[in-house]
Structure formats: C-alpha cells, structure tokens
Ligand binder design. Structure first.
Ligand SMILES: Nc1ncnc2c1ncn2[C@@H]1O[C@H](COP(=O)(O)OP(=O)(O)OP(=O)(O)O)[C@@H](O)[C@H]1O
Ligand SMILES: [Mg+2]
Length: 222
C-alpha cells in the first residue's frame, strides 16, 4: 500500500461570484521512502496539494489516504493528531543552522513551532513524512545546495519527502518529480526528465484535459 494515496482529488475555492479550480483531478500515489518534487508555475496548485497531503486542509471531493486511512473524513482533532505525530513540515522561512546536523536542522524548527521535542526527534529519526514547500524560496544558490544535500540525506535515512520547488535544478536531483499545470498532473517521472520538459507542450496537454473533463461533465459521463 502506498503511504500517500491521492484518489481523484478536487479542490475548489468558492469565492461567491467566482470559483477557483485549484486542483481538478489529482490521482497518484507516493510510496514510503520516496523523494518527490512537486513543480509547476505559480498558481498551478502546488501549495494547495501540499496542504491536503499535510492534513492542513481537506479536498472538495476525492479521497486522501495516508497509510491506508482516509484522513478527509476525520474530525478536526484527529486530523491535528495525524498532522502533529506523523508529518514534519519544513516551511518557506526555513533557515539552515550552520553548526547543526541535518537532523537538527529539521528537528529544531519543528520544536520552535510547538511540536514537542520528543515528537520532533521521532519525526526526524524514525522514517516519517517530511513536507517542504519552497524551502529554498529566498536563499542564494550555495545555501540551496546545502538544503538539497540535507534532503538527500534525510531521504537516505528512510524518510518520505515531498518537496515543492520552483527550481528545475533542484527538481532534477530528486528521484521523481510531478508537474502540475492548472491543477492537473501533466508529467510524472524521473526528476531530471520532468524538471526540464517543454512546458509549452504541457500547457496544451492540460488544456486538452480540461476540455475533455468539461465535456465529460456536460454529458454526465464524469
Ligand atoms: N485560500 C484560497 N482562497 C481562494 N483561492 C485560493 C486560495 N488558496 C489558493 N487559491 C488559488 O488556488 C490556485 C492555486 O494556488 P496555490 O497556492 O496552490 O498555487 P502554487 O502552485 O502554490 O503557487 P506559488 O508557486 O505561487 O506558491 C491559485 O489560483 C490561487 O489563487
Ligand atoms: Mg505555493
């Protein structure tokens, strides 16, 4: 069983007059121990997807199963427990502490965020799920390189890592990358392939998929 199972996930923000289709039909899995980059242009749905994977938000439709458990149907308190005990978050404001080890670099920010030290330690020392949304956001490339090495080390230690990044060079070093265009997966494969793909072609793929989804909805086949 995959650690993460995204089963036809849709996320729509209802802004009254307007609906924002942040995720249209996301359907893939991530095995325990994988290291996956999520790439795509601004607004493509990366953070929305990460919020669902991290149990910070629930889908509008579709199911998200973590270790086989449908977390979308859990009450808020249970969702918070899953979040705090099984998932380590590395946020955009992530700062590398030069004299700390790779493990401490992930553990300490968790503790600062109020995760009890015992759980923070377990999250980084026992294989678990680590999520990072643009951890290299505001960093120079030398520091970005340090962060890549840190994640590769955490991956080798058995952690499952999902990393959002704008940087093709970083995604290319991940064993697997998934590209989103407009709330749809348009590529899923080796990081070095997906990172440098021709995104213009992918925009056309996404447009065709949207049109197919819309016509399926009209004919009631969807
Ligand atoms: N809380 C919200 N309410 C309404 N719309 C939202 C909300 N959060 C995200 N969106 C919209 O959903 C779409 C996807 O946004 P998301 O933040 O997931 O993109 P992203 O790929 O993370 O972009 P970036 O690279 O800029 O971080 C965008 O159109 C965004 O404006
Ligand atoms: Mg984002």
């Amino acid at each position: 069983m995959a650690l993460i199972e995204l089963d036809h996930i849709v996320k729509t923000y209802d802004l009254g007059a307007e609906k924002v289709h942040a995720l249209r039909d996301i359907h893939f899995g991530i095995e325990r121990g994988e290291f996956v980059a999520i790439v795509g242009q601004s607004g493509s749905g990366k953070s929305t997807l990460m919020n669902i994977v991290g149990c910070l938000d629930v889908p509008t439709s579709g199911a998200y199963r973590l270790s086989g458990r449908d977390v979308g149907t859990l009450p808020d308190d249970d969702l918070a427990d899953v979040r705090n005990q099984q998932i380590g978050f590395v946020f955009q404001s992530f700062q590398l502490l030069p004299r700390a080890s790779a493990l401490e670099n992930v553990e300490l920010p968790l503790i600062y965020r109020g995760i009890p030290a015992r759980i923070a330690r377990a999250l980084v020392t026992e294989p678990s799920l680590l999520l990072a949304d643009e951890p290299t956001g505001n960093l120079d490339s030398a520091t970005g390189e340090e962060i890549v090495r840190l994640f590769l080390e955490l991956h080798r230690a058995g952690n499952t890592i999902v990393l959002v990044t704008h940087e093709p060079k970083l995604a290319a070093r991940c064993p697997r990358a998934v590209r989103l265009v407009d709330g749809l997966v348009v590529a899923d494969g080796a990081g070095e392939r997906v990172a440098f793909e021709n995104t213009l072609d992918l925009e056309r793929v996404a447009a065709a998929a949207r049109a197919a989804a819309a016509s399926a909805a009209l004919t009631g086949a969807g």
